[in-house]
Design a binder for this molecule. Structure first.
Ligand code: SF4
Ligand code: SF4
Length: 385
């Protein structure tokens, strides 16, 4: 009778020498060679206790190692490459939280990406993604909004990103106003989407096209510094573009990084707030402490820890919110509950997190918006009991 690990034993070629359990231990301890996807597929999968999808959905197939196993089977041709089999792979928020708990520091999002890229190359694409690709292809905007192709020149270029341009234009205005109040001369352009949605969904050619367009326009602007509101844009410019041979000449900062040393002594009323760390800022850009440190430096703030330090807002990764919006909303609700344990106002540093988490009982402010309020009129501070 075939054993449950036979397919993996065959893969590694030690089926006659080792039992499944011993083999798994040897692979995990690095004594047996196997590629990263195979290692992850064999792993006891303890990181599922940190994965927001697993915590909320509780389905083995969409747990981190579950995804790796399905990806492995597809890659090896033991499962057909079709949307039904690909579905678990796309139930990933690209949050990288699994990497914190993984002995190999793997992010499952990275391990399974080649299988998604292969699917897109072969035309195996979810209907829900076709509109996204078309919007990015035609307009360079994930929402499909036509841009003005405005070019600017100057020293500090502020990049708003698709979500602010389309959903939260007032946040963009406040951020610009804050930067100017702090004494910076800033300009904007109508940049293309950074390409992260295409990257997350496996359309690597489209991602590279958008990256090249952005690099050309940004480099042409003569800017010395680029500041973004969106952690995904900063991550794309700083990490992904160079990784694909595309260089942005100016130094790139997320707005929280840029403002870190500029808020000392800032004060306003008395505030009790918690914070929500965006995954791409905390893990992608390696800034896990930044938001907390920045807020701690402001006089009058009583900072409450969120229920969990890191937990995706449910709308990362570009796929879950399109294929399974109910699940995205359940994850957002779980995060909301965690945040509301600490305060009824949460500060974040990502426009998508602000959109996903704001709602009944929880006011969510972007860090730039919060600092803008501290430096201006009109904020009703939360009064401490
Ligand atoms: S990401 Fe790491 S800990 Fe999680 S299942 Fe894969 S190998 Fe195991
Ligand atoms: S990247 Fe996030 S959602 Fe995807 S498997 Fe890892 S923890 Fe889960």
């Amino acid at each position: 009778m075939p054993g449950k690990w036979d397919w993996l034993k065959d893969e590694i070629g030690f089926s006659n020498l080792l039992t499944g359990g011993r083999m798994i231990l040897r692979v995990i301890s690095g004594k047996l060679s196997a590629d990263d996807l195979t290692k992850c597929a064999l792993c006891p999968n303890m990181c599922r206790h940190a994965c927001p999808v697993s915590i909320v959905e509780g389905r083995e197939t969409t747990s981190p190692a579950g995804k790796a196993r399905v990806a492995f089977m597809i890659r090896e041709g033991r499962l057909e490459l079709n949307t039904e089999n690909l579905e678990p792979l796309y139930m990933c928020l690209s949050c990288d939280i699994c990497s914190l708990y993984c002995p190999f520091e793997f992010s499952v999002a990275d391990l399974i990406r080649p299988v998604k890229e292969d699917a897109v190359r072969k035309g195996v694409i979810f209907e829900e993604f076709r509109g996204v690709f078309e919007n990015l292809e035609r307009y360079g905007d994930v929402y499909g909004a036509k841009k003005e192709e405005k070019d600017g020149r100057g020293e500090i270029l502020y990049i708003r990103g698709c979500t602010i341009r389309n959903e939260l234009p007032e946040l963009g205005e406040k951020t610009l106003d804050l930067l100017r109040k702090l004494g910076f001369e800033v300009f904007t352009i109508d940049e293309s989407c950074c390409g992260i949605p295409a990257y997350n969904l496996g359309n690597i050619e489209l991602f590279k096209k958008l990256a090249a367009e952005n690099a050309e326009r940004i480099n042409r602007s003569g800017a010395e510094i680029v500041v973004t509101s969106c952690p995904s844009c900063a991550y794309a410019y700083r990490v992904l573009y160079p990784g694909h041979g595309i260089r942005i000449r100016p130094r790139v900062f997320h707005i929280a990084e840029f403002l870190k040393d500029k808020v000392g002594g800032m004060k306003g009323g008395t505030y009790r707030v918690t914070y929500h760390n965006p995954c791409r800022l905390a893990l992608g850009l390696g800034q896990k402490e930044l938001l907390k440190d920045l807020l701690s430096g402001i006089e009058g703030i009583e900072l409450r820890a969120p229920g969990k330090e890191l937990f995706c807002c449910g709308h990362g990764g570009s796929a879950v919110s399109r294929l399974n919006p109910e699940l995205a909303e359940e994850i957002a609700e779980e995060r909301r509950k965690q945040l509301m344990e600490g305060a009824d106002t949460a500060i974040t540093a990502c426009p998508s997190c602000k959109l996903a988490l704001g709602g009944d009982g929880l006011k969510v402010l972007d860090i730039a918006e919060f600092l803008w309020l501290l430096t201006g009129e009109g904020y009703e501070p939360e009064v401490k009991n």
